[in-house]
Design a protein around this ligand. Structure first.
Ligand SMILES: Cc1ncc(COP(=O)(O)O)c(C=O)c1O
Length: 395
């Protein structure tokens, strides 16, 4: 198969797109664990640096294994170009920093992963970039937050951890009318269930650490957009500052892409079973799952997503003490702050991912002391439900 596989169906592209075979004709892609590259002669070296001859120069800029990962995810996402980064936060930070200068303004939904919110609220202002946080569900708040110097809108959907679903198409329209660009963190939806670029976003970012690896091994991130957008805003920043993905991680993540659709579909089925089982449980006071008809934004889910989620958000009755009793009673499902793993995981956002926020800011986002984020793994769903319900019995 040629390196370009756009004509094939999505599952086929996840297995084949971007493959660069070496002279040995290997079946599985090679790991090019090299910092640099050698040239046949000084003229060739000069031509590579000028850019008149294509080829690799240095692994901070690009590397064959990283390039395979970038091509494969770009073709699956339907993006012209992808750039891999060392972590999801490197991707988010680059995607934002590359679009602003001192004196600019960013608007973001307040329901964000804690580190993303820190970048917007605390880090960008250090460099003279102001920010406004809005309730992402309220389109009027996005409109009213716009200033003459607004350059970027940023959101994640479904949100972490409360799984609200924001209307990406409508928010993209507001951004573009204001002359701003929309960056979407698509980690929770995964590329299997949501395509922000097709909905109007200018740039998509992932923590590849999550479902793309899917087995809890490597950190990674990726930025996807049109070629010109990447060239104009990120190319030089990435090359000169160096948040590069390691070739080894790129290889793990490349192989992760091959099974992404199988894992995410299975985990989503399991999450839906868990959501249905817990929604009826007497110790659960609130449950949000994008695949259920009672999801608060069910119409938006239907409009912009191709499936539910591998995550379920629920609230245990009785506050922090009761919730900790539940978490501590789990035997199969493990306590962590991560998600998207083959192993089922639970997170207590109020004391981990969103611990930095004030109690008022958490309350505003619906992150009470009883909120638990569940990430479905690949175990048998009955074993997971048995573990969750047994632990709830001990609350
Ligand atoms: C929504 C979201 N965005 C970004 C990140 C950051 O990714 P990473 O941990 O790979 O830096 C995470 C998770 O940690 C996340 O959940």
């Amino acid at each position: 198969m040629s390196a370009s596989a756009r004509q094939y169906r999505p599952e086929t592209r996840l297995v084949h797109s971007g493959t660069l075979r070496s002279q040995y004709g290997e079946t599985s892609e090679a790991i090019f664990l090299t910092q640099g590259f050698v040239y046949d002669n000084a003229e060739q070296c000069e031509a590579r640096f000028i850019g008149t001859e294509p080829g690799f120069l240095y692994s901070r800029y690009s590397n064959p294994t990283v390039a395979m990962f970038e091509r494969r995810i770009a073709e699956f996402e339907g993006a012209e170009t992808a750039r891999a980064t060392a972590s999801g936060m490197a991707a988010v930070t680059t995607a934002l920093v590359g679009l602003v200068r001192a004196g600019d303004h960013v608007v973001a939904a307040k329901a964000l992963f804690g580190s993303c919110r820190w970048v917007i609220e605390d880090f960008l202002p250090r460099f003279g970039v102001a920010s406004t946080l809005v309730d992402g569900l309220d389109l009027d708040q996005w409109r009213k937050a716009v200033r003459p110097n607004t350059k970027v809108f940023f959101l994640e959907s479904p949100t972490n951890p409360t799984l609200d679903v924001l209307d990406i198409g409508a928010i993209a329209e507001i951004a573009h009318a204001a002359g701003a660009k929309l960056v979407v963190d698509n980690v929770f939806a995964t590329p299997i269930f949501q395509s922000p670029l097709a909905l109007g976003a200018d740039c998509v970012v992932y923590s590849a650490t999550k479902h793309i690896d899917g087995q809890g091994r490597c950190l990674g991130g990726v930025i996807l957009a049109a070629e010109k957008f990447i060239q104009d805003n990120y190319h030089t920043f990435l090359r000169q500052t160096g948040p590069s993905m390691s070739p080894f991680n790129a290889w793990v993540l490349l192989k992760g892409l091959e099974t992404l659709h199988l894992r995410v579909r299975r985990q989503t089925e399991t999450a839906a079973f868990v959501a249905d089982a817990l929604a009826r449980h007497g110790k659960i006071t609130r449950l949000v799952y994008p695949g259920r008809a009672d999801h608060p934004q069910a119409a938006t889910v239907k409009k912009q997503m191709r499936g539910g989620s591998t995550l379920v958000c629920f609230e245990v009755a009785g506050g922090k003490a009761a919730t900790f009793r539940f978490l501590n009673a789990l035997e199969l499902v493990r306590i962590t702050n991560n998600l998207g793993d083959a192993k089922s995981l639970v997170t207590h956002p109020a004391t981990t991912t969103h611990q930095r926020l004030t109690p008022e800011a958490r309350a505003e986002l619906g992150i009470t002391d009883g909120v638990v984020r569940f990430s479905a793994g690949l175990e048998h769903p009955d074993d997971i439900i048995a573990d969750l319900t047994a632990a709830l019995g001990k609350v």
